[in-house]
Design a protein around this ligand. Sequence first.
Ligand SMILES: C=CC1=C(C)c2cc3[nH]c(cc4nc(cc5[nH]c(cc1n2)c(C)c5CCC(=O)O)C(CCC(=O)O)=C4C)c(C)c3C=C
Ligand SMILES: [Fe+2]
Ligand SMILES: [Fe+2]
Length: 359
Amino acid sequence: MRYQGASAFRHDQKDKIGVLLTNLGTPDAPTPKALRRYLKEFLWDPRVVEVPRPLWWLILNGVILNIRPKRSAAAYREVWTEEGSPLLSITQKQAEALKQALQAEYGERVYVDFAMRYGNPSIPSVLEKMQQAGVRQLIVLPLYPQYSGATSASTFDALAADFMQRRWLPELHFISHYHDYPAYIEALAHKIETFWAENGRAQKLILSYHGVPKRYLLKGDPYHCECHKTSRLLAERLGLVQDEYVTTFQSRFGREEWLKPYTDETLKSLPAQGVKSVQLVCPGFSADCLETIEEIGQENREYFMEAGGEEYAYIPALNDDAEHIQMMQSLLAPTLTQWLSRPERDAKLSATLADAVKL
Ligand SMILES: C=CC1=C(C)c2cc3[nH]c(cc4nc(cc5[nH]c(cc1n2)c(C)c5CCC(=O)O)C(CCC(=O)O)=C4C)c(C)c3C=C
Ligand SMILES: [Fe+2]
Ligand SMILES: [Fe+2]
């Protein structure tokens, strides 16, 4: 059978409105074996690595998957906690807090869950769970504030691939970005101001975003512009002038040129320009993860200190902060209120119709 139906469907089941939070994903364990599986899925996604498939298959399977898993596993071990991968445990907490908030406001008709684009819990497994639970209207909120083909569009691909196999599709609202949403800017600004109130201010604030190959920008990916717009709005809100902050890009992969300026090179060059104290914030990461805790919290700190820097601080991501959850709640509110204003499906009538079909 080509299309998967909901054969266990009961006509007296109440319809629900689903809210699905997604993030990138993470390995199941900090081991080379789990990393190999995770990186194989992640790096084979043509949205992530735009290189002709036969050539990339050879490089990925012949070189990268023989070297990278061991190196990445060592890095993941540095950040792994009793709750597992930080990205997974924080996303889980975000979903739980959002569920509490939305159900308190709208009641049990709203169903909240989370999924990962790569690894577990997978998008198809959570969509199946939601369909079984009666979700007929679905809002998907990928927790990527800035749109990129490599992240937001790739998440849409995974949804579409699942829907292509399903008989009964939900009504869909896909939130493709929120880089300039006022409550997001406000939550970031408040996080930074709270940090300043407790720790004082550094000479420079570094706004570091995950990079992508420069080629993607030249081909029309709006990610670079959206990062810069987030930075500008945040700087305006904080009253920062041009030389008090800088936007940089981190986490390069491979040999080609990525978006510049690079975070590591910027940090290595700042002390010689007289900047001895910096604070870093990563507005594109909605949850702390390997790339913030290890790369920004540890690796880049060493580069800065070795270059003559004196004070270095990382300001954590918004994670499951109440203000972050409220931001998500207000982002979802217009669609939720609109959908909730429609009459509920008449379960009683449907049950009768179903009986009629059986006769
Ligand atoms: C190979 C190219 C990569 C592109 C393009 C890319 C874009 C991109 N990634 C994020 C967010 C995250 N990336 C994370 C880890 C990570 N990213 C890449 C490569 C690319 N990312 C790799 C190989 C890895 C794995 C770690 C490693 O081996 O170094 C993470 C952290 C996941 C975790 O488990 O903690 C996040 C989050 C964005 C936002 C983005 C483009 C905009
Ligand atoms: Fe990445
Ligand atoms: Fe741009």
